[in-house]
Design a protein around this ligand. Structure first.
Ligand SMILES: CCC/C=C/C(=O)SCCNC(=O)CCNC(=O)[C@H](O)C(C)(C)COP(=O)([O-])OP(=O)([O-])OC[C@H]1O[C@@H](n2cnc3c(N)ncnc32)[C@H](O)[C@@H]1OP(=O)([O-])[O-]
Ligand SMILES: Cc1cc2nc3c(=O)[nH]c(=O)nc-3n(C[C@H](O)[C@H](O)[C@H](O)COP(=O)(O)OP(=O)(O)OC[C@H]3O[C@@H](n4cnc5c(N)ncnc54)[C@H](O)[C@@H]3O)c2cc1C
Length: 673
């Protein structure tokens, strides 16, 4: 996608002229190589240049129903093109994955309030790929791939989203008819939230309690047809609809769903993990949590999504801050670019560093997921809990940071940041939705904390620990003594590790003390605040540790000039982190006031160095104008022209006098009250 060809604002041009590294080299890193960047640009342009999409239409002014209908129309334009492109590329599975990965960015520009088919290509397809036996794969995958059926993932109910063991939908097996009967026995058992469910899809993976031979065997996945394939009418016994207006995700078509004696054939229970014999005998899976597998994959994918949202928000905030001038620092001088206010740098620069470190983490976690899944395929499930804990922890920490950072970026754009046309509202809504879906973040941190407490017990008893929590040994080895602070990157890592281990110890001790009077479960609940803090700190340890390892590798492989930028970014991330967590650090690390002042000074020095590179880094994220979709963040930096042009497009500005004047305002003004 070519950059906007209009004349670039001179302040922004001046900034770009000072960039002292190769921006393209950074872009190649961010997308995994020059070839991938080429592919991304090609795919983006292939879709976004299609006039049928009618991207000129600002859908934010449409009604709820019109928004949905336009989102469906646009999606179908995209998917038709997707299949055409896929054929042109060679039609392999890898080609499909390549297109889908790149569509992730593009789809946001096409349907800014969400994609009414997103679940079909993600959770629905993934569950069928990963939880079915070979016959089921052969039956369903071609139909899914060809979109002959469209599906979603229906797990959450009105009464339960977090505690999925207590879902209430039932699937009762009858060996005589070889059918399951699905029922929603209570109002709270209605499925509630599944994306695309309301009016878009005709099938769903339904998570339901399996009853067979008079016993409940826990939640199992079933593939269920919900609507007639010709008329799209709900099938008998299916009560289905849209859940209504939300904070965001307006075009995702989240739905509700109730069952009344709905028959589902035997072959529709997904049987890779748990099995049910035709006579109704249940065979347990090797690990009952295997049925949670799709959630784990999506949580892993959510890290790169968080990185990209931060990258987009900081691109907007930084470009705007380089062209906006306000408030002279020196009363006699001209008004500076607002980035010259150090507090503005403090708002934006650490965010840019987070986008880079989260990207490193996303790459690391994707590789780890792949290797643990391969082990799982050979029957070795030993590392599943580790992956579960890590993905829960990072999903929570990264999406919490994401929402916080995007909001800070909005604030950093002052009043204009509050405009829809600034482009930060959809990013924020998506960030905050991600804090809840795929596992509410407090709950995710508590899952990670379970692993930490187990590991802490293991460490105390001299057992073995997985690589990522070995720092607990150091804490135990210090025997109550505090970690001595040293002001290096590894020193900062050790300080955050000491804080995480110390907080884990406090939580552990809290539980041990309370256990004397309470059950372990009650004691664990009472320690909840400490547990979430420990898990959060552990998440930062992982981010910094992986950031250090990955960036050291990157520095070895890029030009010295870009290497310096990466070094600067890593230090920014580390120093910002320790300053933000200083309360926790002081509790467990021997750190003096002078050390803290030194860190604060170091931050200012880092800002000074990053001041010239920052624009190169955000340009290097390479969001084209249609993707950034922002009056404040376009490549040319012509924000004031963009703002007035966007305002003129308001539906209210299409006429001089609105009819409410004659209908209400004038009579009111003339009425003399
Ligand atoms: C576009 C947007 C789309 C959005 C879609 C959605 O939101 S879809 C809806 C998304 N919905 C959600 O995300 C719902 C969120 N809720 C959940 O995922 C689950 O209810 C839970 C994981 C919180 C608890 O589950 P539970 O009550 O069954 O478990 P428990 O607490 O009794 O015991 C914990 C033990 O289980 C272990 N373990 C658990 N999972 C795994 C795993 N995957 N692998 C391995 N192990 C796992 C864990 O290690 C621990 O081991 P320990 O310490 O005993 O040795
Ligand atoms: C935009 C969006 C899209 C979604 N898409 C889908 C989808 O496609 N398919 C699907 O099945 N679901 C979907 N969901 C549902 C989502 O997964 C759940 O909302 C989520 O898992 C949280 O569950 P809950 O709503 O029951 O929250 P609750 O668990 O009721 O949370 C309420 C509060 O209780 C606290 N709490 C609950 N349990 C505990 C605990 N054990 N310890 C401490 N605190 C606790 C939470 O921290 C929170 O503060 C979606 C949700 C959203 C917002």
């Amino acid at each position: 996608m070519s950059k906007n060809l209009s004349i670039v604002n001179k302040d922004l041009k001046e900034e770009r002229d000072k960039i002292n590294f190769n921006v393209e080299e950074f872009t190649n890193w961010f997308y995994g190589g020059a070839e991938k960047v080429k592919e991304k640009k090609y795919i983006e342009n292939y879709f976004l240049s299609d006039k049928d999409l009618n991207l000129e239409l600002d859908t934010s002014y449409l009604s709820y129903k019109d928004k949905y209908e336009e989102a469906v129309r646009r999606s179908i334009v995209v998917y038709k093109k997707l299949y055409k492109l896929h054929n042109e590329m060679g039609g392999t599975h890898e080609d499909f994955v390549k297109i889908m990965e790149n569509l992730r960015f593009t789809m946001g520009a096409i349907n800014p309030e969400g994609n009414p088919f997103v679940l079909h290509f993600s959770m629905f397809a993934l569950t069928i790929m990963n939880m079915t036996n070979d016959e089921q794969k052969a039956e369903w995958l071609p139909r899914i791939f060809n979109c002959n059926i469209l599906g979603t993932y229906a797990q959450t109910e009105l009464g339960h989203g977090t505690y999925i063991q207590r879902l209430e939908t039932t699937a009762t097996y009858d060996p005589k008819t070889k059918e399951f009967t699905l029922n929603s026995p209570t109002l709270t058992s209605y499925k509630w939230w599944p994306g695309n469910l309301g009016h878009t899809v005709d099938h769903a993976i339904v998570m339901a309690q399996l009853y067979s031979q008079g016993k409940c065997h826990g939640i199992q996945p079933f593939i269920v047809q919900l609507r007639d394939s010709e008329t799209h009418k709900p099938l008998p016994g299916i009560d289905i609809g849209d859940i209504g207006n939300k904070v965001g995700f307006q075009t995702v078509n989240n739905g509700f769903l109730g069952f009344k004696n709905v028959k589902v054939p035997y072959k529709n229970m997904l049987m890779k993990n748990s099995k049910l014999l035709e006579d109704g005998t249940f065979i347990k899976p090797k690990n009952a949590k295997l049925n949670y597998g799709t959630m784990v994959i999506i949580r892993v994918h959510m890290i790169i999504d968080a990185a990209c949202r931060i990258a987009k928000a900081t691109t907007i905030a930084l470009r705007y801050s380089l062209v906006r001038r306000q408030s002279p620092i020196n009363p006699n001088e001209i008004e500076p670019k607002i980035i010259e206010h150090i507090t503005q740098q403090n708002k934006i620069f650490p965010g840019i560093a987070k986008a880079v470190v989260f990207k490193c983490m996303a790459d690391y976690l994707t590789k780890l997921h792949l290797s643990i899944t391969q082990e799982g395929n050979t029957g070795n499930l030993a590392r599943m809990p580790e992956l579960h804990a890590l993905s829960c922890c990072l999903k929570a920490v990264c999406t919490n940071e994401d929402a916080k950072t995007v909001e800070v970026c909005r604030l950093s754009c002052g009043g204009h940041g509050f405009l829809r046309s600034a482009g930060l509202d959809d990013v924020y809504r998506n960030s905050t939705a991600a804090q809840t879906y795929e596992g509410e973040n407090t709950v995710m941190l508590l899952q990670a904390a379970r692993f930490l407490i187990k590991s802490f017990n293991e460490a105390r008893n001299g057992g073995s620990l997985t690589e990522g929590v070995k720092y607990l040994f150091d804490f135990i080895g210090r025997n109550g003594k505090r970690e001595i602070f040293d002001n290096s990157i590894n020193g900062i890592l050790r300080a955050i590790q000491a804080a995480a281990a110390g907080r884990t110890y406090i939580a552990w001790k809290h539980i041990e003390d309370d256990k004397r009077h309470n059950s372990i479960e009650v004691a664990t609940n009472l320690a909840g605040v400490h547990l979430t803090k420990a898990a959060e700190l552990h998440g930062y340890v992982c981010l910094l540790q992986v950031g250090i390892e990955e960036i050291e590798k990157i520095i070895r492989n890029v030009s010295p000039a870009l290497g310096l930028v990466f070094k600067n970014i890593l230090e920014l991330f580390a120093v910002d982190l320790i300053l933000n967590k200083i309360g926790d650090v002081i509790q467990h690390v021997d750190i003096s006031n002078e050390d803290i002042e030194k860190l604060e000074k170091q931050m200012e020095t880092l800002f000074k160095f990053f001041r010239t590179s920052a624009i190169g880094v955000v340009d290097g994220f390479d969001f084209s104008d249609p993707i950034i979709d922002s009056t404040l963040g376009s490549y040319d930096g012509n924000v004031y022209e963009n703002l007035i042009n966007a305002a003129r497009k308001s539906p209210l500005n299409q006429e001089d006098v609105n009819r409410t004047f004659h209908l209400y305002i004038k009579p009111f003004m003339k009425s003399n009250l």
